[in-house]
Design a protein. Structure first.
Length: 348
């Protein structure tokens, strides 16, 4: 298996921006999704299908990380210092911003006990001060593993990489709640988790597939995966023994198929766009991490102050429009922050 860097990263830049917008759509649709039985079936199904369609977002972020990082050789200390600094400093800043918002929104209170207040803040930092920050905790864990994993993929044959991916997928499949009765006592958790997405992204990005109509097949797989996730999520609602979010979980077979298909569709698509569009994409892409960190705060205020959410109009329009407004405001916000002294350290 070749370990050379992907020659054309334009498609990766496209994919990164698509995944970011998908994350925001996911968070715009989730509140409506949780209103099952309280809203019209049409509105709920709209949220369900939109949610299913964008469930690739975080897995694709991880796949992009694998595509861009696993082909390199690293000095462990240098890698961790550079990567964790770029991730942790903005993360801590925005985590404290969300602590402030929780106080502003009267979800937490501070008293006269300074140590008690500090413990409350540290507790929020330990477990996440906002729902979307779980991704950063997961990413930090992956960064500790990347220097080891990169050593494997750079020296592995294609057969060995495929072995890893097949076992990872099989372990994921057999540990699903609906197949748990077939799960043996053999401990295979070493192959579980998001690390598989790193290897999958590396493999798909570097592999030159010579398969006829591959793009069309991937589009069909993408559509099939959306239907599987959406309909499957609806079917499990009456069964309390199974988690209602089972098909939405990022590490499950349906989402792997969804993520693989969109990854390959974007890789195999070469859109012809004016140079101005490319410049806008690259400008926004430069603030990708900051937009991710800040977008939840923007969504809060859009809803609280202006009533802009899935309730704005019919959800099929309101959700993508809300997500676009949020994306643009988040981009403006982190760009402004980056212009103040030391702002680049925390803007993301």
């Amino acid at each position: 298996m070749s370990s050379t860097k992907p020659q054309n990263i334009d498609w990766i830049n496209n994919l990164r921006l698509i995944a970011l917008y998908a994350v925001i759509i996911l968070h715009c649709s989730s509140p409506l999704l949780m209103q099952y039985g309280k809203v019209s079936p049409a509105d709920w199904w709209t949220a369900d299908f939109l949610n299913a369609m964008v469930r690739f977002a975080v897995p694709v972020f991880v796949m992009i990380t694998g595509a861009l990082l696993l082909h390199r050789e690293y000095e462990i200390g240098d890698f961790l210092r550079k990567r964790l600094t770029r991730v942790v400093v903005p993360f801590l800043f925005w985590s404290l911003v969300y602590v402030w918002y929780s106080w502003y929104n009267e979800e937490i209170t501070f008293g006269n006990d300074a140590w008690g207040n500090m413990r409350q803040v540290l507790h929020l930092l330990k477990y996440g001060s906002s729902y979307h920050l779980w991704y950063v905790y997961m990413l930090i864990g992956l960064y500790f593993f990347i220097p080891v994993l990169s050593k494997f993929v750079r020296n592995a044959t294609e057969k060995e990489i495929l072995y890893f991916l097949i076992v990872w997928f099989a372990v994921m499949l057999i540990t699903q709640p609906y197949l748990s009765r077939y799960n043996p006592a053999v401990d295979m958790h070493y192959f579980a988790g998001f690390a598989g997405y790193l290897v999958l992204g590396h493999y798909l990005a570097l592999k030159d597939f010579s398969v006829k109509h591959l793009r069309s097949r991937m589009i069909m797989l993408f559509v099939f995966s959306i239907a599987l996730i959406a309909v499957g999520s609806w079917l499990v609602i009456p069964y309390q023994q199974w988690p209602g979010t089972m098909f939405y979980e990022p590490v499950n077979p349906a989402v792997v198929m969804l993520s693989t298909s969109i990854f390959m569709v974007v890789k195999l698509t070469i859109p012809k766009v004016p140079p101005i569009v490319t410049r806008i994409r690259d400008f926004a892409g430069g603030y990708n991490y900051g937009i991710y960190l800040s977008h939840a705060l923007v969504l809060y205020f859009l809803d609280d102050l202006f009533g802009i959410s899935y309730k704005l109009c019919t959800p099929i329009i309101a959700i993508p429009v809300t997500a676009l407004i949020c994306f643009l405001i988040s981009l403006l916000l982190v760009w402004i922050i980056s212009k103040i002294p030391f702002g680049r350290w925390v803007s993301g």
